[in-house]
Write a protein that binds this ligand. Structure first.
Ligand SMILES: [Zn+2]
Length: 331
C-alpha cells in the first residue's frame, strides 16, 4: 500500500506515540487539555511552551460543533505557528476527545487531527472491540494514534453504591484481549475518577475516595507499560471555586481528584491525564471577577484576557508541579 501523507503533518502536529513512550520512560504525565476557543488554545500552548512540555490539545465533539471543524482546526494550527515563530519546538498533538462514531473519527483524521479517541465503552466487549479495530485500521494508514476506553466513568448524579461503582470499573481480565484484538495505541480506564466539577458528594469534610489502585496495578501486571489514560482527572482547586463563587457563581460540593492521586497514577502506567474542568472553573471565575469589578465594561475581550491568564496559570502549575512534564518538550 502506498504512503498517505497524514493530513495533520501540514499543520505541524504529531501523533501521541512518541509523546507517550517518552512519558512512560521518564514517568511523567502529559496533560490533555480541552480547548474550544482561541483563548483556551493560546493559554494552553503558551503555558506548555513556557514550561517546555509536550502539548496535547483535546477537542470534544461539542467543541467541533461550536466552531465548525474548519475553524477549530485552523485556529489551533495558527496558534501553533505563533509559538513556532516565538522559537518553541515542543511537540503538539491535536486529539479528538470521546469520538462516538467511526465517521466522526474519520472526519477528524481527514481534517487534520493527529490522534482520535473512539469511545465505544457503552457497547459490550465485542462491540467495543469491533468498532475500535475499525478506527485503528483506518487511522494507521494516516499515522494517527487511537485511544479507546474500557469500563465506564461514573457521573455524580448516578448516586451509585460502592458495588455498582466497582462493576463499572475496567475489568482487568478484558484488557489483554482488547489491546491485542484492536491494536489500539492507548487505553482509557475507569478506576474511580469522573467527569465534571462535582465528582462525588462529600459529607462534611470527607475527602475524595481512594481510586481503585488494585485495578490499576492488575492492569499494569497484564499490559506492562502500555499507555493508560485517566479521564475526569481535574483536581477542582478550592481557591478557584472560591473565586468563582465569590463573584456570582454557585458551585456547591465541588471536589476533585487530589493531586497526589495523579502523582501516584503517573508513577505507574498512566501517561495521559485529561483536564478540562480545572480550566473551566479558573477561566470562568476570572471572567466573572473582572466583570463584577468593572460593571460598566462591555468589551468582552478584557474579561476574556483575564480568563486566558487564569487558564494559563493552571496549565503552568500542572505541568510543573503535578504532571512533571516541564522540561520534556523535546521534538
Ligand atoms: Zn473524558
Amino acid at each position: 500500500m502506498g504512503m498517505i501523507v497524514a493530513p495533520y503533518a501540514r499543520n505541524a502536529f504529531v501523533n501521541t506515540k512518541g509523546m507517550f513512550a517518552r512519558a512512560n520512560a521518564h514517568k511523567y504525565g502529559v496533560g490533555a487539555y480541552n480547548t474550544t476557543t482561541p483563548e483556551q488554545t493560546r493559554a494552553i500552548l503558551s503555558a506548555c511552551a513556557e514550561t517546555n512540555s509536550p502539548a496535547l490539545l483535546a477537542a470534544s465533539p461539542s467543541a467541533i460543533k461550536h466552531n465548525g471543524m474548519r475553524v477549530l482546526v485552523e485556529h489551533i494550527s495558527a496558534a501553533v505557528s505563533d509559538i513556532r515563530a516565538e522559537g518553541s519546538l515542543i511537540p503538539v498533538a491535536l486529539h479528538l476527545d470521546h469520538g462516538a462514531t467511526f465517521q466522526l473519527c474519520l472526519d477528524c483524521i481527514v481534517a487534520g487531527f493527529s490522534s482520535v479517541m473512539i469511545d465505544a465503552s457503552k457497547k459490550d466487549l465485542e462491540g467495543n472491540i469491533a468498532l475500535t479495530k475499525q478506527v485503528v485500521e483506518v487511522a494507521e494508514q494516516y499515522g494517527v494514534s487511537v485511544e479507546a476506553e474500557l469500563g465506564k466513568l461514573a457521573g455524580v448524579e448516578d448516586e451509585v453504591s460502592v458495588s455498582a461503582a466497582e462493576s463499572s470499573y475496567t475489568d482487568p481480565a478484558e484488557v489483554e484481549e482488547f489491546v491485542d484484538k484492536t491494536g489500539v495505541h492507548s487505553l482509557a480506564i475507569a478506576i474511580g475518577t469522573s467527569h465534571g466539577a462535582q465528582k462525588f458528594k462529600p459529607k462534611d469534610g470527607e475527602a475524595f475516595p481512594e481510586l481503585a489502585w488494585h485495578i490499576l496495578e492488575n492492569i499494569q501486571r497484564r499490559l506492562g507499560d502500555f499507555p493508560l489514560v485517566l479521564h475526569g482527572a481535574s483536581t477542582v482547586d478550592p481557591d478557584s471555586v472560591a473565586i468563582f463563587n465569590a463573584f456570582g457563581g454557585k458551585l456547591e460540593q465541588a471536589v476533585g481528584v487530589p493531586e497526589d492521586y495523579i502523582s501516584r497514577a503517573i508513577k505507574g502506567p498512566v501517561v495521559k491525564v485529561n483536564t478540562d474542568t480545572d480550566l473551566r472553573i479558573a477561566g470562568s471565575g476570572a471572567y466573572m471577577q473582572f466583570q463584577v469589578e468593572n460593571p460598566k465594561n462591555i468589551d468582552w475581550r478584557k474579561p476574556l484576557a483575564a480568563a486566558t491568564a487564569a487558564m494559563r496559570e493552571v496549565v503552568v502549575h500542572k505541568n510543573n508541579d503535578v504532571f512533571l512534564s516541564a522540561g520534556h518538550g523535546v521534538s
